[in-house]
Design a protein around this ligand. Structure first.
Ligand code: APR
Ligand code: ZN
Length: 369
């Protein structure tokens, strides 16, 4: 079938809206009518060349839609089911999947991370030439064939435009708090970076019962969003000294937990330096290839600081996505305030420009069919 997609051809160039061909779902795969797709900073990392990627490529990894057809052997979804797309189409067989850590799936690392399906091939093409699908998701197209484990069934009454965000930003942010760090009630939490991922981390901290939620950004409008979501304190790191301000807020040397949700070495170091003794810093943002950080290992042992990473919020998508959707539907999670605007796919490059300016929470593409 023909699909309309935003196509990445080379770094630094705008995406182009093109017609591509999509093969039907193979064994263990699912054809999804993609209703909505969020635009994430990870897509931008590829567009601007900070992460290398094969081309031509359809980006987009934060989508939701309706199952249209299933391939042989698919048992967990049927045509008509509403699904949130997951960019972690785990294999169910490797060591990590069997250990309950599908976000570390070994097969994903060698396939979807290289923008091919789990069998190493692609379903997208143009005039017979293969087109790659980012993270085997490719939600910047109005139809997608994804592995069965990337199509996570959710309740039918949830608005697909809103819950598309669960597929990346929200699972990543809430999961970092609930699954990776397991924040304890009453703790102090610092969140550095208040884009889609950081704001979701703030929501996770509020839900976890953090005593203080301190939001840091360089953009005041994003800090206002953070406060609306329940941040108790906001600091603009362009004009305020975050480390100097923390003792006055927490009453101790720093915070119990710090989450970095940008992907810059300097802000990862800030998150680590902000910890009180015994605290845990979680790297949620993903840095450009090859970047390094510097920390003081004496302080690490002497003050028992922990520095850890979180990939996809340590989520198990079929377990966590429906729960997160329930939180939203039960008014426990204000997803709507993560959304800046909805757009047509033709406006996608403008949405990336807005992200570069740091102006935006999420832009959501509503696909036409
Ligand atoms: N200090 C503080 N805040 C900053 C700084 C800085 N030096 N630089 C950028 N920011 C803020 C921006 O103003 C914006 O609010 O960080 C936020 C980043 O938000 P987005 O660009 O929307 O990124 P998001 O999609 O939330 O992803 C964040 O997580 O999954 C990863 O790859 C993703 O690395 C990215 C990170
Ligand atoms: Zn993402």
């Amino acid at each position: 079938m023909d699909v309309t997609a935003a196509v990445f051809r080379e770094p630094g160039q705008p995406l182009t809206i093109e017609t591509l061909q999509l093969a039907g779902p193979g064994p263990g795969e699912v054809l999804v009518k993609v209703v909505a797709s969020g635009i994430c900073h990870s897509d931008l990392h590829v567009v601007n060349g900070e992460w290398s990627s094969p081309a031509p490529l359809v980006l987009g990894h934060e989508g939701a839609g309706i199952v249209d057809a299933v391939g042989d052997g698919v048992t967990t979804v049927s045509p008509g089911d509403h699904v949130v797309l997951s960019w972690m189409p785990y294999c169910r067989r490797c060591h990590y999947c069997l250990a309950g850590r599908p976000n570390l799936c070994a097969l994903v690392e060698s396939t979807a991370y290289n923008s091919v399906m789990l069998d190493g091939t692609t379903r997208l093409s143009q005039d017979g030439e293969p087109v790659y699908s980012y993270l085997a998701t490719a939600s910047f197209a109005n139809w997608a064939v994804v592995p069965e484990t990337a199509a996570i069934r959710i309740r039918d009454d949830a608005p697909l435009d809103k819950v598309s965000l669960v597929g990346c930003a929200v699972a990543t942010g809430i999961g970092a708090v609930a699954n990776t760090a397991r924040v304890r009630m009453g703790s102090s939490v610092l969140v550095v970076g208040c884009g889609g991922v950081g704001l979701s981390t703030i929501s996770g901290a509020v839900i976890a019962g953090a005593g203080q939620v301190i939001a840091v950004d360089i953009n005041d409008s994003n800090l206002e969003r953070a406060r609306a979501l329940g941040a108790t304190h906001t600091l603009n790191s362009r004009t305020e000294d975050v480390l100097a301000a923390l003792p006055g807020i927490t009453g101790s040397a720093g915070v119990d937990y710090a989450f970095e949700a940008i992907g810059l070495p300097t802000t990862i170091e800030l998150a680590y330096d902000a910890l009180a003794p015994g605290g845990t810093a979680v790297v949620v943002g993903q840095v450009a290839e090859g970047k390094k950080i510097t920390i003081d290992p004496f302080v690490m042992s002497d003050r028992e600081k922990t520095l850890t990473g979180s990939n996809y919020g340590s989520c198990r998508p079929p377990v966590d996505f429906p729960k997160i959707v329930d939180l939203y539907m039960n008014d426990r999670l204000p997803l709507d305030s993560l959304i800046e605007r909805t757009i047509d796919i033709g406006e996608i490059n403008k949405a990336f420009d807005a992200m570069v300016r740091g102006e935006t929470a999420r832009s959501i593409i509503i696909h036409q069919h």
